[in-house]
Structures are given as structure tokens and as C-alpha cells.
Design a protein around this ligand. Structure first.
Ligand SMILES: [Zn+2]
Length: 558
């Protein structure tokens, strides 16, 4: 008898604990079921409104999108529900892993919306207004309106420095049009973050997306060190080559002398005109053939997509998952050249990720593990466009060009990686600093960072909000660092695929065309788990090790 008397209270305590775990799990499941019933149709309608807004530029769709976003934010602003989620989270009683993942994602969503509705409304409306200004703004050059594609095309070809300067300045005009709105938006977002006990919006956003400022800064500091010397060398080489083209001295290179208006992309300094292989070709058909060949068909994505540019339409490219059930689309302004081929592969990389997330996962987990993971896949696919074998298989290139491209393609990717990594340094540090102190001299901060990290000479006496011309600062706040994390992850995936899936040695030579095993691996290990696995766990599971800059450095920093 004695032992039983001794064990009984223990057993009782255990049963109590077990019951509370069971009860909490049952209650949470019930909560989620009701929540999803409300949120799922609203999210779908909002995604559709965003789609229609971008396709038409019509104000009514922007208003509709903003209204729906507000409705959704209002749902997530419920204080009672937030407190309940907090209790479940802190109780440690949710043991089922998929249920716990849902709880964490829900909690983070509620957390970032615990502001008073007036403030939330102001933020949503202001962001939509800025977006609208961006979409319809066309700078005037020599009395004629020009669009982004025309600006890019002039900066690619024009040899006259004065003409280049004029176009570059025109490309920054949108900055003046939106700067004060963007600063207001930053202050409103900060006010929201402070209401919730955070120092600023940047800090809050990172925590709510399962990252931290310290973690990100450490990675960027490491990257800076890794790239300092090779970048300096590369930048000198680029200045030498480009200045010769313009007939100026290398030390007189100015921001408008680079082929990209932010110098975020490498100027293509190859000798082969790859664009000519895409002339007259249907970019979307090439993409269909490529993705079919790796076992990740995209016909259904393209069927719902909006491929060509027109007046009033959104000028950038994006991919969207409308309903998490297979309605995945991409919006682009395709032209028959290599740039749009790579953009097409990029956007469809996002697309196949969304499309291949397990459909039997709970709704809340039916999205990518982290936003930068889907960027990584998009970048991995985009890199194929510089691969000589890929080009040969997809568009047929001459043997002579193939030889040259295999050397130049490697160099182009290396330049892209280095240049883009220094540009993301500017963006990440600017954004972090802007949210820490939006009242500082932002124009000066911008050019100081551009000078330090991109090593580009600021135009003398220029005091304009050139930073505000970058749409991401207003529309995708606290996001840009994810592009660089995407690059690092893409390199890690590429190294893994090369070695373990294709059984090759050189990651750069790895051509995915007609290799269904590549798609099979990505679908099973990267896409299928959705948000059921946290990003760090997923990368470890998919590649056998945690995310590091190692493979990026191995590939590009030599
Ligand atoms: Zn992307």
C-alpha cells in the first residue's frame, strides 16, 4: 500500500498536467479553426485586390486592398485573443510541433498589430498612398515622360556623361515626390513599435519574423570583412573599363556612370551579346520548358499571370500566392532580353516554391519557412541564366560563345554577388539607422553609406532624398537584408545540389536544365515543409548544416 500512497499524488499531478496540455491543445486547435475561417477568405480577397491594383494602377483597387489590410490588421489587434495566445505560448503546454509552429506565427502576427486602430489605419493608408505615387510617377526628360525600362536602357548604352547625368537625376525625381511621406511613415511605424515596448520598428519587425538585429548585423559585419578587399579590387577594374568607354579618367567616375541607377547590379562587361539569343523569343515559353525539365511545371502559374508591360501598370516584377491552394501568379513587364529571362526564372522560383508546399498542412503553415528562403530559391534559379550549358540547352549558342560565356558568366556572377552584397550593406545599415533616428540628415547618411560600402563618389553638393527613390524603403520595410540572406542560402543550396544531387564538383558549372532530380530535391526538402519548420531548422535539414556565409565566400570571394 505504501508505495501507492506515495505515487498517487505524483500520478495525480501528472494526470493534471497531462490534462492541461490536452486541454490547451484542444482549445488552441479550436481557436485556430475559427480564426482561419475568418482570415482565409479575407487574405485571398486582399491578394486579389493587390493584384488588380498592380495590374491596372487604378485607385479603387488600392483602396480595396488598403481596406482589406485594415480589416485583417483589426482582427490581429484583438487584445483578449493576444493575451490568450501569450498564455498558451508561455505555458509550455503546446507539445505538438505543428501546433506550436502555428501558435508562434499567430502570436507574432498579433504582436505586431497590438496598436490602436487609428494609428494602424494611418500607417496602412500612408503606405498605400506612397505605393500609388510610385506606380504612376514618370519623370520628365527633355519634355517627355520616361518609364523605368527607358531609364535602364539609356543607362546601359549612353556614352555621353552629361546625358547620363540627366537621366540619372530624372530617375531620382520620384525620391523628392515621396520623401516626406516616407519619413512620416517611418515615424508612424516607430510610434507603433514603441507602443508595444520595442525601441523602434526595425527591431520589432525582425523579432516578429524570427530574426534579431544582433544576428543580422553580425552576418553583415562578417560579410563586409569577407568582401572588403575583393570588392575594392573589382570596383577599380570596373571603373577602369567603364571610364574608358566614356572617355573619362577612372577617378572621375560618378554615380550615373554605372549601368544601374543605384549601382546595385553589376554592369555586364562581357564580350558576348547574350541579349541577341533572346531577341524574338518568347521568354515565358523558355521558362515553361526549363521548369518542366526540372519536374516543377509552371503552366498553371503562367495561365493566371500578367506578363507584358503597359501604361499605368506596376513596373517591377513580383510573384504572389493568392489562396495557398494553387492560384499562384506572377506580374512582369517582359522584354525579350537576358534581364527579363533572369527575372522570369526568379519570379517563377517563388512561384514553384508556393505551389509545392504541402497542401495538407494547416493553412497558417502553408507558406514559405521565411521570406528569405523563397528569395534564395528565386536567386538560385535566376543564376542559371549566366550558365553556359544552360544557355546552350535553352536557346542554342555557338561553341565559341559558349567557351567565352563559361568564363565570363562566372565573372558576371562573381561581380553580381560582390556588388549586390555591398549594396545590401547600404540598404540594411541605412534602414536600421533611419528607424533609430528618422530626424537625422538622411540625405547625408545615404551618401556616407554609399561612399563607404559601395565606394561610389557622391556628387558634389548634392542634397536630395535619393534614398527615397528606392521603393523598398517605404513598401517593404525591414526586409532588404533578406535578399542578402537569400544569396547566402542560394549558395548553400547550390553547393549542396552540385555535390549531392548532381554529383559534380563545381557549383558554378551546375546546369539544372533537364535534371528532374533537382526539382525533386527542392520540392521535398525545401518547399514541402512550408512554415512547419523554422528557417534555421529547415536549412540544416535540407543541407546538413546551419546557414553560413561559407559557400557564398567559396563561390565568389576568391
Ligand atoms: Zn524575389
Amino acid at each position: 500500500m505504501k508505495p501507492i500512497i506515495f505515487i498517487l499524488p505524483l500520478l495525480f499531478a501528472f494526470v493534471l498536467m497531462y490534462c492541461s496540455i490536452r486541454n490547451n491543445e484542444v482549445d488552441l486547435r479550436a481557436f485556430i479553426e475559427i480564426h482561419v475561417k475568418t482570415i482565409e477568405p479575407k487574405l485571398k480577397m486582399m491578394n486579389l485586390a493587390y493584384w488588380n491594383a498592380a495590374a491596372s494602377g487604378e485607385k479603387k483597387y488600392y483602396d480595396e486592398q488598403a481596406a482589406l489590410e485594415l480589416e485583417i490588421r483589426t482582427i490581429y489587434s484583438d487584445k483578449k485573443e493576444f493575451e490568450q495566445l501569450k498564455r498558451w505560448k508561455e505555458s509550455g503546454s503546446i507539445k505538438d510541433t505543428l501546433l506550436e509552429r502555428q501558435l508562434i506565427l499567430l502570436y507574432n502576427n498579433y504582436l505586431t498589430n497590438q496598436n490602436d486602430t487609428t494609428l494602424t489605419r494611418k500607417i496602412v493608408e500612408r503606405a498605400a498612398a506612397v505605393q500609388n505615387k510610385f506606380n504612376v510617377f514618370r519623370p520628365v526628360l527633355d519634355g517627355k515622360e520616361i518609364d523605368d525600362n527607358e531609364i535602364e536602357s539609356i543607362l546601359k548604352k549612353e556614352k555621353n556623361s552629361a546625358e547620363r547625368k540627366k537621366v540619372w537625376e530624372a530617375s531620382k525625381e520620384v525620391g523628392r515626390a515621396v520623401a516626406s511621406d516616407v519619413i512620416d511613415l517611418v515615424k508612424l511605424r516607430n510610434e507603433a513599435a514603441r507602443q508595444l515596448g520595442f525601441k523602434n520598428y526595425y527591431e520589432m519587425s525582425l523579432i516578429a519574423s524570427e530574426q534579431s538585429v544582433g544576428e543580422i548585423t553580425a552576418i553583415f559585419d562578417e560579410l563586409k570583412k569577407l568582401t572588403d578587399e575583393p570588392y575594392k579590387k573589382l570596383k577599380n577594374e570596373i571603373d577602369m573599363k567603364l571610364s574608358k568607354k566614356y572617355g573619362i579618367k577612372p577617378e572621375n567616375m560618378m554615380p550615373w556612370h554605372y549601368e544601374d541607377r543605384f549601382f546595385q547590379e553589376a554592369p555586364k562587361i562581357g564580350t558576348v551579346d547574350i541579349d541577341r539569343y533572346f531577341k524574338g523569343k518568347k521568354i515565358e515559353d523558355l521558362a515553361v520548358a526549363f521548369y518542366k525539365g526540372i519536374g516543377l511545371p509552371v503552366d498553371n502559374i503562367l495561365k493566371n499571370s500578367d506578363i507584358y508591360g503597359r501604361k499605368g501598370k506596376y513596373q517591377h516584377a513580383f510573384s504572389t500566392d493568392i489562396d495557398r491552394l494553387g492560384d499562384v501568379r506572377t506580374m512582369q513587364s517582359v522584354v525579350d532580353n537576358q534581364y527579363w529571362m533572369s527575372t522570369m526564372l526568379h519570379e517563377l522560383g517563388h512561384g514553384v516554391y508556393s505551389l509545392n508546399i504541402r497542401h495538407d498542412l494547416p493553412f497558417i503553415l502553408r507558406s514559405e519557412t521565411h521570406i528569405f528562403a523563397t528569395e534564395a530559391v528565386a536567386m538560385l534559379m535566376e543564376r542559371q541564366v549566366d550558365n553556359a550549358d544552360w544557355l546552350d540547352m535553352m536557346v542554342g549558342i555557338s561553341q565559341k560563345d559558349k567557351k567565352t560565356i563559361s568564363i565570363e558568366g562566372r565573372e558576371n556572377l562573381r561581380m553580381h554577388a560582390l556588388i549586390f552584397s555591398r549594396w545590401t550593406q547600404v540598404m540594411m545599415r541605412f534602414e536600421k539607422s533611419m528607424y533609430e533616428d528618422p530626424d537625422q540628415d538622411l540625405n547625408k547618411l545615404w551618401w556616407n553609406l554609399v561612399k563607404e560600402y559601395q565606394m561610389v563618389t557622391p556628387p558634389e553638393g548634392r542634397n536630395a532624398p535619393d534614398w527615397a527613390a528606392k521603393i523598398h524603403l517605404s513598401q517593404s520595410p525591414a526586409y532588404y537584408h533578406n535578399y542578402e540572406l537569400g544569396e547566402l542560402t542560394a549558395s548553400q543550396l547550390q553547393a549542396y545540389i552540385t555535390k549531392n544531387i548532381l554529383k559534380q564538383n563545381d557549383a558554378h558549372e551546375a546546369c539544372f536544365a533537364n535534371k528532374p532530380e533537382v526539382g525533386e530535391y527542392l520540392a521535398a526538402k525545401v518547399f514541402a515543409p512550408g512554415a512547419g519548420l523554422r528557417w534555421d531548422a529547415l536549412i540544416k535539414e535540407a543541407t546538413g548544416e546551419p546557414l553560413s556565409a561559407k559557400y557564398f565566400a567559396e563561390e565568389y570571394v576568391k
